[in-house]
Design a protein around this ligand. Structure first.
Ligand code: HEC
Ligand code: HEC
Length: 266
C-alpha cells in the first residue's frame, strides 16, 4: 500500500517540478523582441538572419503555427523528406527562386498552398514591416539554403522616419486594404486559425459565436488590444497564445467594426 502511495507522491512531485520548469521558461520565451527594426544599407546577411530569427520566434507569431505539429509545415526541420525550408523553397513552384517563393508565402499565402494543409496562414506583409519581412526571409533561407537577401530588397521608403507599420499602437495597420467589413478583417487577421465563429474555423481557442453574451464591447476591445488583460475561463493554460499584434495591424475604424460585430454575437 505504502509503495503505491510513494509512487503517487513521486508522480505528483515530478509533475510539480515540470510545471515549475515550464512556468520559469515562459517569461523567457516571450522576452523582449524589438517592435521596430532598423536595418541600414550596409546590413550584412548575418545581421539579417539574426534579426529574422527574432521576428520568427517573437513578434512574427510564426511559432504559434509552425513547429507545433500538424497545423503547419515544419520550417526549421525536415518536412516529409523534402528538407528544411531553405532546401525546398526553390523547388516549390517552377520558375520561382527561393527568395521569390518565400516572399510570396508571406505576401500572398494562398497563391501556393502546401498540399495537405489548410489555407489559414495570415498575410504577413500586412502585419510586419518590410524590414521584418525580409529579415525573416533571410532567416528561412539560412535553414539549409543560401542567404541572398540584401539591403536592396528592402523598399527604400522604409528609411524615412516613422513610415513603417507594426510600430505604434492605435493609428497604424489597415489590414485587408483598410476594409471595415468585419468578416474581411477576421479573415485577414487570421482569427479563425484558432477560433471558431458561426461554425467556421479551428477549435483551439474559445468559440466566438456567442462571445457577446460573455463579454461587453469594452472587454472585447481590451482583449484584442492586450490579450493578456483577461484570460478566458477554462483556457488559462493557453494564456499567451493569442497574438499581441492586432492593435498595430488595424486602424481605429477597423477595430471598432470588429468589436461591434463580435459584441453583437450574443
Ligand atoms: C495561423 C497559422 C500560421 C501562422 C501564424 C504562420 N503560418 Fe506559415 N503556414 C501556415 C500553413 C497552414 C501553411 C501551409 C499552407 C500554405 O502553404 O498556406 C504555411 C506555409 C508557410 C510557408 C511555406 C512552407 C513550405 O513548405 O513551402 C512558409 C515559408 C511560411 N508558412 C512561413 C511563415 C512565417 C515566416 C510566419 C511568421 C512570420 C508564418 N508562416 C506564420 C500557417 C501559419
Ligand atoms: C494563435 C491563436 C489565436 C489567434 C490567431 C486569435 N486568438 Fe483570440 N484567443 C486565443 C486563445 C488561446 C484564447 C483563450 C485564452 C485567452 O483568453 O487568452 C483567446 C481568447 C479570445 C477572446 C476571449 C474569448 C472569451 O470567451 O472570453 C476573444 C474575444 C478573442 N480571443 C478574440 C480574437 C480575435 C478577434 C482574433 C483575431 C483578430 C483572435 N482572437 C485571434 C487564441 C487566438
Amino acid at each position: 500500500m505504502w509503495v503505491t502511495n510513494l509512487k503517487i507522491v513521486g508522480v505528483v512531485l515530478g509533475t510539480l517540478a515540470l510545471y515549475t520548469l515550464i512556468a520559469n521558461e515562459i517569461p523567457q520565451v516571450q522576452s523582449e523582441v524589438p517592435q521596430t527594426l532598423t536595418l541600414g544599407t550596409n546590413v550584412t546577411p548575418e545581421q539579417l538572419v539574426a534579426a529574422g530569427e527574432k521576428v520568427f520566434n517573437g513578434i512574427g507569431g510564426c511559432t504559434t503555427c509552425h513547429g507545433l505539429g500538424t497545423r503547419a509545415p515544419n520550417l526549421l526541420t525536415d518536412e516529409t523528406g523534402t528538407g528544411p525550408i531553405g532546401v525546398r523553397c526553390g523547388k516549390r513552384e517552377p520558375g520561382k527562386s527561393c527568395k521569390q517563393y518565400l516572399f510570396e508565402s508571406l505576401d500572398n499565402p494562398t497563391a501556393y498552398v502546401v498540399p495537405g494543409y489548410q489555407p489559414i496562414m495570415p498575410v504577413m506583409t500586412k502585419q510586419l514591416s518590410p524590414e521584418q519581412v525580409w529579415a525573416v526571409i533571410a532567416f528561412l533561407e539560412s535553414q539549409g539554403g543560401t542567404v541572398d537577401v540584401t539591403a536592396s530588397d528592402i523598399p527604400s521608403t522604409t528609411s524615412t522616419a516613422s513610415s513603417t507599420g507594426g510600430g505604434g499602437g492605435g493609428g497604424g495597420g489597415g489590414l485587408a486594404g483598410g476594409s471595415t467589413d468585419p468578416k474581411a478583417i477576421i479573415q485577414a487577421a487570421g482569427c479563425l486559425a484558432c477560433h471558431k465563429l458561426e461554425g467556421q474555423g479551428q477549435v483551439i481557442a474559445p468559440d466566438l459565436t456567442h462571445v457577446g453574451s460573455r463579454r461587453t464591447a469594452d472587454s472585447i476591445r481590451k482583449k484584442i488590444l492586450d490579450p493578456t488583460s483577461s484570460i478566458a475561463k477554462g483556457y488559462e493554460k493557453l494564456a499567451g497564445i493569442m497574438p499581441k499584434t492586432f492593435g498595430a495591424m488595424m486602424n481605429a475604424a477597423q477595430l471598432e467594426a470588429l468589436v461591434q460585430y463580435l459584441a453583437a454575437h450574443k
